[in-house]
Design a protein around this ligand. Structure first.
Ligand SMILES: Cc1ncc(C[n+]2csc(CCOP(=O)(O)OP(=O)(O)O)c2C)c(N)n1
Ligand SMILES: CC(=O)[C@@H](O)[C@H](O)COP(=O)(O)O
Ligand SMILES: [Mg+2]
Length: 591
């Protein structure tokens, strides 16, 4: 008789870390293999962040094995690497809903699980949050551990240093796990990266930077060696005060292609779970991604204008500044996860006559708000801010939707705000901006593809503060800003209404607005942005100041955080898709 030994699945027996902690430590390598396969199989079809989660499979198991989570508080920095954490903490059976509307978030979220002790998505918050929890526990006389897992790129961000600087003078029971895989989304950069590389090579001569800040530093250890990691975590449980354990991991560990092409496999889209091969791209001719219009256009402009420089805080691939970094490396700068530094670096360059294109996702620019006001606008320095990922971004959800920039920028004096309705407008405003603007400008555009196949056309200068008429009709005037023009155009295709692309949120085209308000009784504004303080608010202010009695309908993102899901599905959920806009405008016509 032939017995085939079928290995019992360990992962299927684990619905919480309590059950994980009942396993023999010798069983954990099998669990790690099963967890890795589980992540690969689901992300292969459901998409998401792959590399970072594969890189911390063993670390995740070790942390929940050694610490009494959720009593001991575990915080994941950024949280894109927390898929294993979610699967081991009771969400295995719903993990296939990851990042989908109504499903679980792609990042730890407090209201999703008691094991998600802090909501994350933007980097470098974990040390401050964990320290806050540790100090609170001390004050409450509690005896629990507080662990922050932070990557090598995230720990190089200013906010992380602020946390380290404070923690170093406390007796807080805080353990920082530095997950060092030598890469962010793109290869990590900066002097700290060089320092960590030397530490790993054993060639670091100076004092240990973390010990210099009063941390009990240990490592570097192999973050994939379960026994070594667990032993060190157990030892650190007995060490008082702030501690930092340096672990070395490989991003994408366990999937060959994810290990070798770590940038692409950070978020690879669909792929073959067996071979790792990426899904075939459709070969139909498509409109370009807005990021690539930016990336190729800045190269063209910078080749002609030697004063142009490009800056990205750790998003060369996401922003497509990578093209300029390849073509003109001495004038394109990846400053690491350092949005505040990126803005004021641009300001400094501008004082010397350079023309900086500072490319920062709308949501990440929130981190550099004072720098925009204090270092750029107040001094009227002509920095060109390119806000990629403006508007609803989709599956990254509430932490990443770029729906507040018009509000947070509009109140800043001296700042021009422009939103292109298509790729040609983006190219033309970039061309216009580098001709010698005497003040800063913010250009916002969305994630994803545009609408223009033949987009590499000759440049034309855009007159600052001028909107355009896209359709003449009767009854009402629909005013859109940015790429919402596409949805509006589709919505009113068979309606006798006028449509204007206002292009500028600041300065408004007041001449055009006076004409509109004198011609139409009803005005509708449409924006891929919060209705609080955005484009519609600007129009309401204009009407109030000039005492126009017109009816104004402001359509946009409601005053709430919009969760994760496909962009089209999210737009439908808040009435910004073409079909919903059509019904809304028809109902206004019926009034
Ligand atoms: C403030 C902020 N800026 C940029 C990002 C985009 N981002 C997401 S993950 C990541 C790289 C993180 O690298 P690291 O900290 O080394 O973690 P790893 O992915 O290697 O685990 C970046 C730049 C972000 N989430 N938050
Ligand atoms: C986790 C994180 O913050 C980044 O990976 C972000 O998800 C990138 O977004 P894009 O995919 O829009 O570049
Ligand atoms: Mg890293």
């Amino acid at each position: 008789m032939y017995f085939c030994l079928v290995q019992k699945s360990l992962l299927n027996t684990i619905n919480s870390p309590k059950e994980l902690r009942l396993l023999n430590q010798t069983d954990l390598p099998q669990l790690a293999q099963e967890l890795r396969e589980f992540i690969i199989n689901i992300v292969a079809t459901k998409e998401g962040h792959l590399g970072a989660s594969l890189g911390v499979v063993e670390l995740t198991i070790a942390l929940h094995y050694a610490f009494n989570t959720p009593i001991d508080q575990l915080i994941w920095d950024v949280g894109h690497q927390a898929y294993g954490h979610k699967i081991l903490t009771g969400r295995k059976n719903i993990f296939h809903t990851n990042r989908q509307l109504g499903g679980i978030s792609g990042f730890p979220k407090r209201d999703e699980s008691e094991y998600d002790t802090f909501g994350v998505g933007h980097s470098s918050t974990s040390i401050s949050a964990a320290l806050g929890m540790a100090i609170a526990s001390q004050l409450k006389g509690e005896n629990k551990h507080h662990i922050a897992v932070i990557g090598d790129a995230s720990i190089a961000s200013g906010m992380a240093f602020e946390g380290l600087n404070h923690a170093g003078v406390t007796k807080a029971n805080l353990l920082i796990i530095l997950n060092d895989n030598a890469i962010g989304i793109d290869p990590s950069v900066g002097a700290l990266k060089q320092y960590l590389t030397n530490v790993k090579k054993g060639t670091q001569k100076q004092d240990n930077i973390f010990e210099a800040l009063n941390f009990d530093y240990s490592g570097p250890i192999d973050g994939h060696d379960l026994n070594t990691v667990i032993a060190e975590l157990e030892r650190l449980k007995t060490v008082d005060g702030p501690k930092l354990l340096h672990v070395i991991t490989t991003k994408g560990k366990g999937l060959k292609q994810a290990e070798t092409n770590q940038v692409k496999y950070h978020a690879p889209g669909k792929f073959d779970a067996k071979t790792g091969d990426l899904a075939e791209k459709s070969n139909e001719v498509q409109a370009p991604k807005y990021q690539d219009v930016f990336g190729h256009t800045i190269v063209e402009l910078a080749e002609q204008n030697k004063n142009i420089v490009g800056i990205t805080p750790a998003m060369p691939t996401g922003s497509s500044l990578k093209y300029m970094m390849e073509a003109i490396p001495d004038r394109a700068f990846d400053v690491g996860i350092a949005e505040q530094h990126a803005v004021t670096l641009a300001a400094g360059m501008s004082t010397q006559g350079l023309i900086p294109f500072c490319n920062i996702y709308s949501t990440f620019l929130q981190r550099a708000y004072d720098q925009i006001i204090h270092d750029v606008a107040l001094q009227k320095l002509p920095v060109i801010f390119c806000l990629d990922r403006a508007g609803l971004v989709g599956e990254d959800g509430a932490t990443h939707h770029g729906v507040f920039d018009l509000s947070y920028l509009r109140c800043i004096p001296n700042l021009i705000i422009f939103a292109p309705r298509n790729e040609l407008e983006l190219r033309n405003i970039m061309y216009t901006a580098q001709l010698g603007l005497k003040q800063p400008i913010a250009i916002r555009y969305p994630r994803g593809r545009g609408v223009t196949i033949d987009w590499k056309q000759l440049y034309s200068k855009i007159e600052i503060g001028k909107g355009v008429s896209l359709k003449k009709g009767k009854n009402i005037a629909v005013l859109s800003i940015g790429t919402m023009a596409k949805n509006v155009t589709e919505a009113i295709a068979n309606l006798d209404v006028s449509h204007y692309d206002m292009r500028f949120v600041k300065p408004l085209d007041e001449h055009l607005l006076h004409s509109i308000f004198k011609t139409y009784d009803i005005v509708v504004t449409v924006e891929d942005h919060s209705i609080k303080g955005g484009f519609g608010s600007a129009i309401l202010e204009f009407a109030a100041i000039h005492q126009y009695p017109n009816t104004i309908n402001v359509l946009g993102v409601p005053d709430e955080f919009i969760e994760h899901g496909g962009v089209n599905v999210l737009q439908q959920s808040i009435g910004l898709d073409a079909e919903s806009l059509k019904h809304t405008i028809e109902s206004i016509l019926l009034i």
